[in-house]
Ligand binder design. Sequence first.
Ligand code: FES
Ligand code: FES
Length: 541
Amino acid sequence: MITFDLNGAQVQVPDESGSLLDALRDHLGVVSAKDGCAPQGQCGCCTVWVDDEPRVSCVTPIKRVSGRSVTTLEGLGPALPEWAAAFVACGATQCGFCTPGIVMRLEALRRRGTLLDPDAADRGLAAHLCRCTGWQTIGEAAACIATGTTPSLGDRDLNQAAIRATIEGGVPQVVGEQVVAGFVGFADDQVPDFGSSRSTVSTLVAMLDADGQWRTAPTVAETRVVIGAVQGRRTTVAVTPPLALPDGDWAVTLATSWVEPGYLEPDSSTAQPSGPPSSPVNNGGAFGAKSNSPLPAAAARLAAELSVPIRARWRREDVVRLGPKRPPMAIGLRADGTGVIRVVRTAGIADILAASAPELVIEEVEVPGPPTSVAIRAAGWAELAVVRAGLAATTTGSGNDSSTDPDSCVTVTDPCGGRASARVDSSSGSPVIHVEVWAGQVLDHVVLRSYCIGAAHQALGWVTSEGLCVDDDGTVLDLTIRSHGILKASETPGIVVEIHAEDGPSIRGSDAVFAAVAAAVWNHQGRPPSWPTGRSLGSPS
Ligand code: FES
Ligand code: FES
């Protein structure tokens, strides 16, 4: 047995427990530390302290903590509610999956007195990924803690905030301090008959082997052995859009690549031998990517077949190989607005494109590669909005507002009615993205702003840095969470959001922000013909 101190109490776990993360979650029932990519050690969701130093627990062998002190979120004492209040006040958490690890990192910086040191914060947050928030609000929460200026909730109604979050996220969302603490019912945190120790319950963990067969064992560490898990790697091969346009008198062209949705909570579901399986979307919509997740059906089938509770889970590598991607496209527009769209064959995409652009010829092309889905955020119509804004900019400025200003606004309306405009402002030297949004009744300013900043961050990454390398046979070569090009905190420019309150019903605004920012950034960079452009926002065109 390995003995160590956990949050002030001595505990013991078997010395074959695997990693510290495995021991915490499967033997000690501490699920505030999350598994976003284990054992890649790249997302930071599993960050805890070992002897008061932040450590990525999924790559910390349990033997290494023998006789040492481990602190998790539960051991932060009065600091936890302080952080929870600051994160809720600033809208610094959405799905919340990354949040416990980030709080552990930031609290360590605070105790060292470096929370307001931008270099220390950048270095610390470089160990983390957050797909939802776009980082800025996390920095604001840290500033609140450092200066003791966390605002009170005032007259905010967190039920209204949750409704706004649900509209933006597309699935029921919780807003509140429990999200910061990591307790919002993530599927892999829920174990049927969960007791004081996961190793004492009869639940089996199910994971896919190399042949795509579900294999089971009592714990994640043991199941990893059973499936012969091989850690995914990244390639150095450049990302290349899979589709090209026919020759034509194109005024504007754009070819997009395979893009990983990049949600941090891998698909998982738990099921009893009878009864419905749990949902893989308990507090995050995964940008639409989990809408047809096969995990609930797999968990239910295995539980019925084996007559035991099942905890079915994808590893990060499974998410990348098997989860749906945004359909790659090649679009060419002539000066009169007519043109061609070639798109990787995807159920439903032709209807979306035809509804948005009846004047364009649509060609679906069979291309070997990962699955694609129209459920991914704004698939199809966002690409059309971008190229149309690009075409408008070839005759006016950089936007579609008829101005000749090189960084004029791009305004986009999504098919559900949400509207946003965006522009890049480089006048002060450091680019800043300005966003305006109209999304009906606001319900909660903090949450809507947070989702708009997150959408802007994701759009910027989509244009400039995100892509999956897929070979000619359709095999995904980039399997690590860091290889997808998601922008780090230090790579994210300032994002200013102006929200316009309207009288009508509340509608989603962040998808329009996503499309508008993508268009504004592309115009700002001089409309390179393929994405990712490989240029940061500050790079000259
Ligand atoms: S789960 Fe440990 S770094 Fe991602
Ligand atoms: S809130 Fe950070 S990944 Fe969702």
